[in-house]
Design a protein around this ligand. Sequence first.
Ligand SMILES: Cc1ncc(COP(=O)(O)O)c(C=O)c1O
Length: 392
Amino acid sequence: MSEPARRLLAQLARGLAAEEARGRRRHLTPRAGLDLSSNDVLGLAEDPWVAARVAEAVQRHGTGAGAARLLRGNLALFEQAEARLAAACGREAALLFPSGYMASQALLATLLRVGGSWASDRDNHACIVDGLRLGRHAEGRVGRLDDPTDPCWAFPEGAPFPRLAVVESVVSTSGRMPDLASIAACAEEAGAVLLVDEAHATGLWGAASGPAQATPSGRVAALGLTSRVLATMHTGGKALGVAGAWVAGERVLIEHLVQHARPFIFTTAPMPALAAGLLAALERLATLPGAGEEVRAKAGRLRTRLREAGVDCGGDGTHLVPVPMGSEARALEVAGRLQAEGFDVRALRPPTVPVGGSCLRVVVRRVLADEDLERFATRLAHHAHATAAGTA
Ligand SMILES: Cc1ncc(COP(=O)(O)O)c(C=O)c1O
């Protein structure tokens, strides 16, 4: 090994040791225990019918697309899936990406590639933060978008165009549901276009009527706000149980992404079976009307149970039940104890959440039995009280 390589690796090893000492080093562990942490909210990732459709697509189209979409990688299956995904969102067009991270980066960085300005919600996911950072010539502010008085809305006179406002429809860490109608009004007032990340709402909320009703695309459609939102980002790897992501919007916006979005242009197209999996998941969803409401009701019962036991929790109205723990050490301790008892629940800690805001992020899933949730609530309450009092 060369001297520079040895020096670099030694430096990296010192960094890892420092993170370990601060309790900040993450470890990759095999999955085990009752799933109270994955985003496979509807259990579609293990749905045999969806799996069979994916297997069939692998047989038919092979394992890989072999090239980028703008080269030989553009299978008809991708375009078929995009038309279906656009229709599910009540939009003209959609563009598929290998992941939600790439979709957000592509949309934001491409819109801001020659400048612009933005207002970004303070709770936005790293993919939005990073996408905005890629707009090197753009400027913006972070704040609470559903507060019309927040300074982030004060785009200076003559702030460069385009002006973007970006928010998640269900905040991934806290389950907070920003008031999208108020945000749309603020954006209109500020002369900005609104972009909404529906990662944690896709498959779980949807239009109350109309052609997109059977395939819930998210809260924008549920609130009837589609025409006031320029574009939405959706993930296929969470409630749809597959992988990948898409951006949905007007045809001209999607065509602009095809021409200019670097994360679309300079990457091999996803596995063709991904498109088949998303199509199958949408079909399967149509056979599960009310699944989102069902899972939210289940989460509501868990919250009631925890609060009765004196445990604070949040995420009301969603499938997410964050349980504040304060310190990282307590969050890790309680998560560790629950894991040892067979509950796969994970701690969220800095930098994912602010210092002092560590919590357990419980995801309530459709396939969880009420008795299991009851047992879980009892044990969680026990460990939460024990660690708060420092008695066990
Ligand atoms: C709000 C939000 N947007 C985007 C993503 C990224 O999606 P993906 O996992 O498909 O890259 C996530 C993933 O955790 C998310 O929580």
